[in-house]
Design a protein around this ligand. Structure first.
Ligand SMILES: C[S@@+](CC[C@H](N)C(=O)[O-])C[C@H]1O[C@@H](n2cnc3c(N)ncnc32)[C@H](O)[C@@H]1O
Length: 307
């Protein structure tokens, strides 16, 4: 039976074709990062029933207006929250997608403060359940600042930048200019958009607790899949991609006994297979049409058919 595909927004969702090919035979799909429903529109068009989750109430409202309620369910929560993980387990999906990070609409909305454009509020929240970037910068412990700048911005002057942030707290962090000025004070006058983007992204990851949420959720999402189901994750940050790659590789491993052992004593069997082994990346046409897709990496885990 043919199902109508709701109209797509101005550009096609990242890695749309590979995702739809992977989900071609799926009938119960969880889209854990619904955004504006670009991928979800494709799942609906292929005849699936979809549970769409997003942390951002605005994104959810836009998706709902576009996708309607037929074969669609909506949940406003982080996909890593206990409520969402329980809803996903109950839904018993055969395909789960996480398309991580922020949407173009969130990035382009000056009021959300995800970018370093002058005078933007230091907000960066994907949903109402976390502190704003300003609150975080004004209050967090030095160790957390150092960790965020070092781990998620690869910033070798992370301790100096953390000290500079703390020194400037007496004036208070309110707008993007306050953070840009702190970065300039440490990285020098030659620091530029690339440095600001990197450090703003690290603050966003910290504020929204993005990596620990992902780490918590991955095993629960895997276990929620029916046997043979697929977990697909698109990441845009090397730290996220590393976490997904190592997790999927670990789940795919069988016996870990030393080769000298005459027989297996660990009893470990693979939970499924990471396939394809390499990340899927956008092809040139997609990159040309949507330059923001350049850092996208898609990895998939196929849950074993028998437990
Ligand atoms: C890259 S966009 C997804 C775009 C979507 N695939 C589409 O086709 O429109 C990422 C979305 O995930 C949401 N998001 C990010 N982290 C989340 C989390 N932990 N739980 C739920 N939603 C999250 C963001 O609010 C944003 O709307």
């Amino acid at each position: 039976m043919e199902h109508p595909v709701p109209p797509q927004p101005s550009h096609v969702p990242v890695l749309y074709e590979p995702i739809l090919a992977l989900a071609a035979s799926a009938s119960r799909v969880v889209d854990g990062t619904l955004g504006h429903g670009g991928h979800a529109a494709g799942f609906l068009g292929a005849g699936a029933t979809v549970l769409g989750i997003d942390r951002d109430p605005e994104a959810l409202a836009i998706a709902q207006a576009r996708l309607g309620d037929e074969r669609m369910r909506y949940l406003q929560a982080s996909y890593a929250s206990p409520a969402a993980l329980a809803a996903v387990a109950e839904f018993a999906p055969d395909f789960i997608l996480l398309d991580l990070g922020v949407s173009s609409r969130q990035l382009d909305d000056p009021g959300r403060g995800f970018t370093f454009r002058p005078g933007a509020p230091l907000d960066m929240r994907m949903g109402p359940d976390v502190p704003t970037a300003a609150e975080w910068l004004n209050s967090v412990e030095r160790d957390e600042l150092v960790h965020a700048f070092r781990e998620w911005a690869d910033e070798r002057r992370a301790p100096r930048l953390a000290d500079e942030v703390i020194r400037r707290r007496n004036r208070g962090f309110t707008t993007s200019d306050d953070l840009v000025n702190a970065i300039r004070a440490v990285l020098g006058a030659r620091s530029g958009p690339g440095d600001f983007a990197r450090i703003f992204q690290a603050v966003r990851i910290a504020v929204n607790d993005e990596l620990s949420g992902l780490e918590t959720a991955l095993p629960a999402l895997r276990d929620a899949l029916v046997p043979g189901g697929i977990l697909a994750v698109i990441s845009y940050h090397s730290g996220e991609d590393r976490l997904v790659k190592h997790t999927f590789r670990d789940w795919s491993a069988g016996c870990t006994c030393p080769p000298a052992f005459p027989q297996c004593v660990c009893g470990r069997t693979p939970l499924g297979e990471a396939s394809p082994r390499r990340a899927i990346v956008p092809h040139e046409e997609e990159l040309a049409a949507n330059p923001r897709s350049r850092s996208a990496r898609l990895r998939c885990f196929h849950r074993a058919t028998a437990p």
